[in-house]
Every structure is written in C-alpha cells, then in structure tokens.
Design a protein around this ligand. Structure first.
Ligand SMILES: NC(=O)C1=CN([C@@H]2O[C@H](COP(=O)(O)OP(=O)(O)OC[C@H]3O[C@@H](n4cnc5c(N)ncnc54)[C@H](O)[C@@H]3O)[C@@H](O)[C@H]2O)C=CC1
Ligand SMILES: CC/C=C\C[C@H](O)/C=C/C=C\C=C\C=C\C(=O)[C@@H](O)C/C=C\CCC(=O)O
Length: 264
C-alpha cells in the first residue's frame, strides 16, 4: 500500500473533511492520529475505524488546536505511540464571525502551531525524517467571502504563512514539503456555523453565485486530491491547489518580477 508504515496526524478529524482525509489515509495503509475538540465524535470515529481497518491503526486525542499545551501534548502522545510523524494535515477550522478572535485562534493560530510542531519533529536538522504538511485553507483564502470577512482573513493568513514557511523549508533544507488546499464549498456542518442575521441574508446572495459556478463538493472529493498531493513528491513545495466540482489546479501567484516599475 502506498502509505504502508507511514504515520499521519489530522486535526479536526472527527467529522467532515478531516474524517474523510483520515479514512483515505487508513485505506492506503497509514496509521493516523485523530485530533479533535469533540471528544464523543472523535471516539466514535476511531471505534468505526477500528471496525473497518483493525484495532491499533488509529488513535484519538482530544485537543483544542488553539491551545499550545493541549496541541503539544496530543502531538507528543500520538507520535510516541506510532513512532514519529510523516504526514500532518492542519484541517480544524470554524466559521464564527461574532467570536472572531476564536475563529482566528483556531483557523490561523492553530494551523501555525500545528506546522511548527510538525517541523520541530520532522525537519532533518533536528534528526527528523522529513515529511509532508498539508494545510487546509479555502477559496476564501484567495478571495473575499463577504458573508465571512474574519474567516476570509484567517484563510488568507493560512495561505500566506504556508507559502512562506515552505520557502524557508526549501532554502534551509528541512526536507519537509508544505502544500495548501483551497476547496470551494463542501457538504459539511460548517455551513450551519453562520448565525442567522438579516444583514447576512443580503450577503448570502453573493454566496449563491459562487455556489452556482463552483458546485458543491463531498468531503471524499477533497480527500482524493489530498492523497494525490501527499503521494506526489514532485509536488511543488508551497504549492496552493484550488478544488471545485470541476477539478483541481495549482494557483499561480504574482512574483516580485510582476510588481510594476514605479509609474505613479
Ligand atoms: N465545508 C466547506 O465548505 C469548506 C471547509 N473548508 C475548511 O475545511 C476544514 C474542515 O471543515 P469542515 O470539515 O467543513 O467542518 P466541520 O465543522 O464539518 O468539521 C470541523 C472539525 O473540526 C473540529 N474543530 C473545531 N474547532 C476545533 C479546535 N479548536 N480544535 C480541534 N478541532 C476543532 C470540529 O469538532 C469538527 O470535527 C476547515 O478548516 C474549513 O475552514 C475549506 C473550504 C470549504
Ligand atoms: C481562483 C479563485 C480566486 C478567488 C476566489 C474568488 O475570488 C472569491 C472567493 C470568495 C469567497 C469564497 C468562499 C468560499 C468559502 C468556502 O468554500 C468555505 O471555506 C466556507 C464555507 C462556509 C462559510 C460560511 C458560508 O458561506 O455559509
């Protein structure tokens, strides 16, 4: 199997996209640590995976990625249990425009924290064996989602941070590849996250237009692209992929050479 003997860690793995990513990793032979703040859902997910893939292939650690102590503790426990780490997916995320500091703490700070924890263990200068980090942003990491401006900011941060740390990894020879997935809308509970609000209703029309052009994905659609990226060592370090119902492709960003000469 493609990932036989590999160790993976997925945050927000108890449901939705994270659960689908965990399932495809298990289907391809990896051992997976599931981290999630929802203890019941996490334990149920591991019980189901034990049934399907055999006991000992997955483990659940209850963890809030916005907590340094909890994330570090869960990280250490799961990597000691399975022996090291080869793949991490920083997937946990929320939409919460009222408690916006919580949204940033989970969506951006949690991804930064997970990336740094992984590099501590994986990078070759620390005696690590290298590996792959996949951070889950969103199409809202590439353009403004009027109905969720803080969510948009957090996801733009994930894209920018991941591209920068990937460049550092290349220059410093960490031996770790960092990629970002920017899915369009995916059929999960996150749509229920936005509180009912009259102003939002007017903005939701914006969302409707996006839905029309991108369609809506299933979590398994995202998982298939995720697996391709994990397995493809030729994938560009710092590559950012857009995923819609029409397919997936790398986004090309402007470079320093694209900055116009001073003309004003
Ligand atoms: N559903 C969608 O349309 C899209 C979602 N995304 C992103 O995909 C990721 C997963 O989202 P979904 O599966 O749709 O959401 P979901 O709500 O179905 O699942 C998110 C999981 O993360 C967990 N979680 C939430 N806060 C946490 C925390 N502080 N620490 C640890 N775990 C936590 C939840 O308990 C849940 O199990 C998120 O980063 C989201 O922003 C990106 C593009 C589209
Ligand atoms: C190549 C694409 C370049 C830019 C994208 C475009 O300019 C603009 C995108 C604007 C918004 C995209 C929003 C997408 C959001 C998601 O896919 C999910 O992450 C969020 C899901 C729910 C958020 C709340 C809601 O919409 O109900």
């Amino acid at each position: 199997m493609a990932l036989e003997g590999k160790v993976a860690l997925v945050t927000g793995a108890a449901r939705g996209i994270g659960k689908a990513l965990t399932e495809i990793l298990l289907q391809n032979g990896a051992k997976v640590a599931l981290l999630d703040v929802d203890k019941n859902a996490g334990q149920e997910a591991v019980s189901a995976f034990d049934e399907e893939f055999g006991a000992g292939r997955s483990v659940f650690c209850c963890c809030d990625v916005s907590s340094e102590v909890q994330f570090r503790d869960a990280f250490e426990k799961s990597t000691q249990l399975f022996g090291g780490l080869d793949i991490i997916c920083n997937n946990a995320g929320i939409v919460n425009e009222s408690d916006w500091e919580k949204a940033v703490a989970v969506n951006l700070n949690g991804v930064i924290r997970g990336t740094f924890l992984a590099l501590e263990l994986m990078k070759k200068e620390n005696g690590g064996r290298g590996g792959v980090i996949v951070n889950i942003a969103s199409m809202a990491g590439l353009g403004p989602h009027a109905v969720a401006p803080v969510y948009t900011a957090s996801k733009h941060g994930v894209v920018g941070f991941s591209r920068a740390i990937a460049e550092a990894s290349t220059v410093l020879g960490y031996g770790v590849r960092i990629n970002v997935l920017c899915p369009g809308f995916v059929q999960t509970t996150i749509f229920a996250s936005l509180e009912k609000d009259e102003a939002l209703e007017k903005l939701r029309n914006q969302r409707g237009k996006l839905l029309e052009s991108w369609g809506i994905l299933e979590p398994s659609d995202v998982a298939k692209i995720f697996l391709r990226i994990v397995l493809d060592d030729s994938s560009r370090n710092g590559g950012v992929l857009v995923i819609t119902s029409k397919g997936a492709e790398y986004i090309n960003f402007p470079t320093a050479a694209d900055v116009p000469a001073a003309t004003l």
